[in-house]
Design a protein around this ligand. Structure first.
Ligand SMILES: [Zn+2]
Length: 328
């Protein structure tokens, strides 16, 4: 086994061994990444993560990005048998593994009884209801907050007024691809240079302005990408198309992001969530504690408090395998 001088060497070894067992020979090529992932897991949750990894229904495979594939959907309100889930993980991106493990945990008994949409956490409601209500109510405010932070970030890292120029000339830049006429293209290039847009664009990428904002608002930002196209701004999220596939994806991504932050060294990301979406954060915490308690104490999940009538779903086609591809 790989030797490091890390104080939690034993836990890290358990983690690496589990991954090795699940990915077989392919893990050898990814050892450095696996150790990085193990160290990234918060010491408080290494036992928990290792217990989740010991679940034989979970399989893991290396991949260039990250995705979660539900092999067995399970049955509504049946929490007696763990269902097969396979996660594909880029071992060299620290947050990918924890995020996909979050999805796999949500679907421990299949996505037809995902914890995020079926387990009651407060006032007779499931996380999906609490999150959806709060998100729909606050969405314009959340967008304003995140975009405000993005603009301030650009202005303070590049120069005051840079965001306004960037925003003003972005549509022109985006149209460049459709402009075939050489003269016209030349004129657009000139305008983009002279306005300062090109320099701002370059600095924006070089200084990773979008990264700072993403770190701060990760789960909220991703949810916002279900209503706004933020890809032109270099902000990461899923897309309008992705979220239109199934309305449950919104809470599922929220759960996976929050789960990843919870079990890794990303606790600071919760500051924005606590401030901006306190009800959702609280509901997530309750659900997490419930899952954590059952896993750590080897309890059966058959006592989970579930909705008697399922929360109106559902775009899920039971006959079709559902595949979900995530950016991270
Ligand atoms: Zn995801």
């Amino acid at each position: 086994m790989l030797a490091t001088n890390h104080p939690n060497q034993d836990e890290i070894n358990i983690f690496a061994k589990s991954i090795e067992k699940k990915t077989k020979l392919l893990a050898r090529r990814n050892y450095k990444g696996i150790i990085k992932q193990a160290i990234h897991i918060s010491p408080a949750y290494r036992d928990f993560v290792n217990k989740l990894l010991s679940n034989s229904a979970l399989s893991i495979a290396p991949y260039s990005g990250g995705s979660c594939h539900v092999v067995d959907h399970g049955e509504l309100n049946n929490y007696s048998k763990r269902r097969k889930v396979r996660i594909y993980v880029n071992f060299h991106k620290p947050d990918t593994f924890a995020h996909e493990l979050g999805h796999a945990t949500d679907f421990l008994f299949g996505d037809l009884c995902s914890f995020s949409s079926h387990v009651i956490v407060r006032d007779g409601k499931v996380l999906e209801q609490i999150f959806t209500e709060e998100f729909n109510e606050k969405e314009p405010l959340l967008y304003e907050e995140v975009m405000g932070a993005y603009a301030r970030n650009i202005d303070s890292n590049i120069y005051k007024g840079a965001y306004d120029i960037f925003n003003k000339y972005l549509p022109l830049y985006n149209n460049l691809g459709d402009t075939k006429d050489r003269k016209e293209r030349k004129a657009i290039h000139k305008e983009l240079y002279e306005s300062g847009f090109v320099e701002i664009y370059y600095q924006l990428i070089k200084k990773k302005c979008f990264d700072i904002v993403e770190q701060k608002y990760c789960p909220i930002m991703d949810a916002l990408s279900s209503k706004h196209d933020i890809t032109n701004l270099y902000l990461k999220g899923h897309s309008l198309e992705y979220y239109s596939l199934n309305k449950r994806l919104l809470v599922q991504e929220f759960f996976a992001h929050a789960f990843a932050d919870k079990v890794t060294a990303n606790h600071t990301r919760f500051d924005s969530l606590i401030k901006l979406m306190p009800k959702s954060f609280n509901a997530f915490e309750r659900l997490f504690v419930l899952i954590y308690d059952h896993i750590m104490n080897n309890k059966r999940f058959t006592d989970m408090p579930v909705l008697v009538t399922a929360y109106p779903d559902s775009d899920i086609d039971e006959d079709e395998e559902k595949e979900e591809i995530c950016d991270e």
